[in-house]
Write a protein that binds this ligand. Structure first.
Ligand code: PXG
Length: 460
């Protein structure tokens, strides 16, 4: 960027005025922020000119990669025409209409209705209000509890963070809000013990049935889950899990919500994660890959039956946001979906880049530090462990080794997220075979450097 101030000046200004999300500001300011200035394809550049392979696609969201002119030009055209208008008070606009129709076409089954929001958190806040209003409009107002999972991530608003199962978030701000409960997660590596994954998947799904019986089905509105828990550490459930969850929801007449904010739009090798895991939700919150992060947009996609709860019995649904169906964000999303479709990226993930990444990813299991490799489409995890046979955690505080590895990744020119001592990746769906090779090579080097560091520091 022309006449950008030097990095240290930018860092000073940042520290003077800017509080960052999910950040310990004091330790960040001691280290100084990394200033990302531009991006192209699967690469980022920082203010020091370092070229970095973005193994996280931003935050799990830049599915079509950076610098796509089709999106930039579509937004430019829309902004010249109608940069913003709302869809309250009997109005709509062409981008909202076109995007709702496009999403309905891409979504499985009769998931044909869309309520727009500005983010995944707002989509999940909308889910809470929708499922409660749906049951009230059906004469069952006591069906208002929503069951979720420990270590789930559903956003950072009061309802989104309450639906989530992150105890560190609940500890700040008096969460969860009432009538949201959590069952255990299908995290076999850390919690499966001696069970085989298939029976563990059933056991964890059946906790939903126990929770429904504890609460009384007449008090339960819905169950919400990510097909794969992303921010929780890319927890890919055993195959037995989701079909059993679906059976239980149907038998007890509770709505099934698939949070597709990360898994949607090709990430797992289908358009949506629910298709990869063989279940059909009644509602699905979406965001991230909907626009590949070029502009902020989220939505809740719902079935004909749920929508009819609003259309025929609902009266006015008193909910919505200034930026619901923001026209410029809709234009970005439409251009983004056009790229996903024309380049057939979900199918490419399933038949080409996904299998290629999986084959290379599994070779990392041989590394002494890797306790388990997990991969599904273009989302993957490495469990770091001092004793892989026992799937043992490190004695050091959780996240110590993950942070060391994350820093080595950055130093070798790769962005990888660590969740505790689990390393995760979620690269853009447009990643090439040679870029996958580069990613694997950089992960390998970071693992070697991490092994050396923890040996030197006596971390076990
Ligand atoms: C499954 C899921 N649902 C909802 C949200 C909330 O979306 P918004 O952020 O747009 O409100 C998310 C977001 N996921 C998310 C957001 C920020 C950081 C990380 C991380 O893993 O570091 C993950 C998510 O992963």
């Amino acid at each position: 960027i022309a006449n950008l101030p030097p990095t240290h000046v930018l860092q000073k200004k940042d520290a003077a005025h800017h509080l960052h999300p999910f950040t310990d500001t004091q330790s960040l300011n001691a280290k100084g922020t990394r200033i990302i200035t531009r991006a192209e394809g699967v690469y980022l550049w920082d203010s020091e000119g370092n070229k970095i392979l973005d193994g996280m696609a931003g935050l799990w969201c830049v599915n079509v990669g950076y610098g796509r002119k089709e999106i930039i030009e579509a937004v430019h055209r829309q902004m010249q025409q109608l940069p913003y208008y709302n869809t309250f008070f009997q109005t709509s606009h062409p981008p909202a209409i076109a995007l709702a129709e496009k999403i309905a076409k891409l979504a499985p089954g009769d998931l044909d209705y869309v309520f727009f929001a500005g983010s995944g958190s707002e989509a999940n806040d909308t889910v809470v209000r929708m499922v409660r209003h749906y049951w009230a409009s059906k004469g069952k107002p006591t069906k208002k509890t929503i069951i979720s999972r420990h270590n789930a991530y559903h956003g950072s608003t009061m309802a989104g963070a309450s639906l989530g199962g992150m105890s560190a978030m609940h500890a700040q701000g008096g969460l969860p809000i009432p009538d949201i409960t959590h069952i255990n997660q299908p995290y076999w590596y850390a919690e499966g013990g001696d069970m085989d994954p298939a029976e563990f998947g059933l056991a964890r799904a059946r906790e939903l049935e126990q929770e429904i019986e504890r609460l009384g089905a007449d008090n339960v509105a819905a169950f919400i889950g990510e097909p794969i828990q992303g921010a929780g550490g890319v927890i890919i459930p055993p195959e037995t899990y989701w079909p059993e969850i679906q059976r239980i929801c149907r038998e007890h007449d509770i709505l099934l919500v698939a949070d597709e904010v990360i898994c949607g739009f090709g990430r797992t090798g289908h358009w949506f994660g629910s298709q990869t895991f063989g279940f059909k939700p009644d509602l699905m919150p979406i965001a991230k890959g909907l626009s590949s992060g070029y502009l902020p947009i989220g939505a809740v996609v719902m079935s004909e039956d749920v929508a009819q709860g609003f259309i025929t019995h609902g009266g006015e649904f008193c909910h919505g946001f200034t930026y619901s169906a923001h026209p410029s964000a809709c234009a970005a999303a439409l251009a983004n979906l056009e790229i996903l479709e024309s380049e057939r990226l979900p199918a490419k993930v399933a038949t080409d880049t996904g299998p290629y990444l999986a084959e290379r990813w599994q070779t990392l299991a041989e590394h002494p530090l890797v306790g388990e490799t997990r991969i599904c489409g273009l989302i993957g995890a490495l469990e770091l462990s001092p004793d892989k046979k026992r799937r043992a955690p490190f004695e050091a505080e959780r996240g110590t080794v993950g942070t060391i590895c994350r820093d080595h990744c950055f130093a070798t020119g790769l962005v990888m997220r660590h969740v505790g001592d689990t390393m995760v990746i979620s690269p853009p769906l447009v990643i090439s075979h040679s870029e996958v090779d580069e990613l694997i090579e950089k992960v390998h080097r970071a693992l070697d450097l991490t092994s050396a560091d923890i040996a030197l520091q006596g971390i076990k």
